[in-house]
Design a protein around this ligand. Sequence first.
Ligand code: BDR
Ligand code: CA
Length: 314
Amino acid sequence: SPKIIFDTDPGIDDATALLFLNACRNIELLGITTVFGNGNIDTVTRNARYLKRRFSIAAPIARGADRALGLSASPPPIHVHGINGLGDVPIDENDLPPLDPRPAHRFIIDQVHAFPHEVTLLAVGRLTNLALALSEDPTIAKRVKEVVIMGGAFGLAGPNGNVTPVAEANIIGDPHAADLVFAASWPVTAVGLDVTRQVIMRPADIEILARDGGDAGRFIAEISRHYMTYHRRFGLDGFYVHDSTAMAFVLDRSLFETRKGPIRVATDGIAIGQTIMKDRSTFHPPGDWDDAPDQSIATSVDRDGVRRLLMEAY
Ligand code: BDR
Ligand code: CA
């Protein structure tokens, strides 16, 4: 059973994915590492601890980065996931379980060494913790099993970012970290908006979860109410489950098609945060792209298959 470290910024779709992982019998959740994003680091770490307590998640939690690489201050809050990051559903802050004493990137390094070639890093937020782990100990690249991220917008059918026309939130939130992660010699698969926007939870699905999904199902229904209102603003009846879609890739990659090539990230300018894969079969003059290792992106998804996988777990 795959050993997973879940690097996350809970976050409504993050919490949904975490509860799914917790329900999965055939994986081993080694740890949860938090990163700023859907809330500041205090908020998202508090949310992870809350989920751990309420849903009896055994895995330890290590607190991670509070800002993007090279920046001197934490970013201003964003409120797609509500002020409290969990759709403003009230969170009981009493008796939250303790944190692992190590910072997230150290926790990642230690686990990778403890279980060589066995650890899957499933990262569904900014890639800051992964980049810090790589910089502190580049040897982990050769020792992880694989890295699967929710991130990027590869524009397979035209520009499709969600923060700018070309940039997705997890990448534009720390473009330098993302560029480092794609440039390292470890196998990365990016499950980007190109596929995550195809997996939509509908109000009817949420009703089923609320009715048959136990406490986790009820909680997902509660926190999604806010997310659903947000999605309605751009005409969607339901909501995207970005992070759970990346998780589904780890559990059953036969639900996806992928493509390989080197990936770079624009780190400044108008296209900051854009993720671009080079097609090695097309000729370009030699340049920065050629040294980058081949990575993978998801190019299509069996959307009903992923939905079924999710619905059946709760
Ligand atoms: C990503 O950004 C966050 O809001 C979500 O949790 C997801 O990881 C989608 O762009
Ligand atoms: Ca996330």
